[in-house]
Design a protein around this ligand. Sequence first.
Ligand code: ADE
Length: 463
Amino acid sequence: MHACKMMAGHNKRNIILMHKYEMGRLLGQGTFAKVYHARNTRTSVSVAIKVIDKGKVVKVGLVDQIKREISAMKLVRHPNVVQLNEVIATKTKIYFVLEYVKGGELLAKVKRGRLKEDVARKYFQQLICALDFCHSRGVYHRDLKLENLLLDENSDLKVSDFGLSALAECRRQDGLLHTTCGTPAYVAPEVINRKGYDGAKADIWSCGVILFVLLAGYLPFYDKNLIDLYKKIDSADFRCPTWFSTHVRRLLLRILDPTPGTRISIEKIMENPWFRQGLDHANLLLRYNLKTNDAPQVDTDKNEDFDPPSTNITTDSKQEDEKKPANMNAFDIISHLSSGLDLSGLFQESDKKTESKFTSTNTSSAIISKIEDIAKDLRLKLTKKDGGLLKMEASKPGRKGVMRIDAEIFEVSPNFHLVEIKKTNGDTLEYQKVMHQEMRPALKDIVWAWQGEQLKQQQEQQQ
Ligand code: ADE
């Protein structure tokens, strides 16, 4: 599939991606990705397709960021966040099929002139609402800027491009993120200084820069010379124009605080009287009713309107809907991607005979101690390895040598984990017997859902 190459040529018509999306005009272009308009040929629904060249991302070591993008985008579903519908991978490209946002970039609006305070506040409220939601799920944007803010047909804000966000699993032990990224004008001082930084606090800073731009029509920190620009950011050297109200000045001073430790939190922003003005009740309710597919506590009856769509993963070789492999959720994606960027691995069904996955709402230490207990009962020697890997080994050889089982724990958020159990040596039948008769029943207390199984089976497990 060379959809991209063909699109770059003159004859743009009739380019159908995977027999499903008729590719249209270029909507935008970044360093590593191009975004095109496309139409679902069956439903005629518009989508935006972000095309990433796998070669480029491998070369510059962006593998991990792409992995995170897939995971992060699937974990968030919020009316103010651009939704990821589907991921299509070919040998050379990754296609992200995104919700199409009709109204264009907020930047275009600001270029026509600064916004009225009420209008700027509405966008700022929606931005903070989206961020609050994402942060609560361990997802940070880290590249917030006006270009990443789109408007829908009702002039509501949609935050796009979670490409640089990181999941909680990637956090270092000190709870800080150590990657420098982002556009200088919107980037927090601690990110520039290459100190470890808290993704939430860095995002809040960028929101402050965005609020300033919306109200002023220009950036708070600007200098042709990059070093001087960094100095201005580092000392939060900005001046509010005369038309800024006292309330908004005060709030900006609290957001654009160069010390992340004393910088205002999202919670406090939400309590701010200027922020709360005109905030309709429905908006606040939304905050508590939103649904994500990583939140086991969600009351599904109340959240029908936000039922997340499945993310279909399609490959070159499977072009018809019927041939599509089973839908994968964020957990499948995270676990498969952990084996490298070879996305083709995503599409090979895991061997159900020798591999099982479950999600758990327990902490990793609770999961580890449960598995340790089970291994003891089953007389399996257990060795703990780095990165949440537990290796188990039978004391005596079986029909095909010593049975070895790996259990790997992936953190989605501190209280939500994906656990992958697989046979690495020995006889499959012996493994299945241990798995079905001993291991699975013993894990019952910590399993939220076995992955890739029907709901009925899950319910049976829980009984
Ligand atoms: N430009 C970048 N992403 C877009 C999207 N999802 N919808 C419309 N335009 C875009």
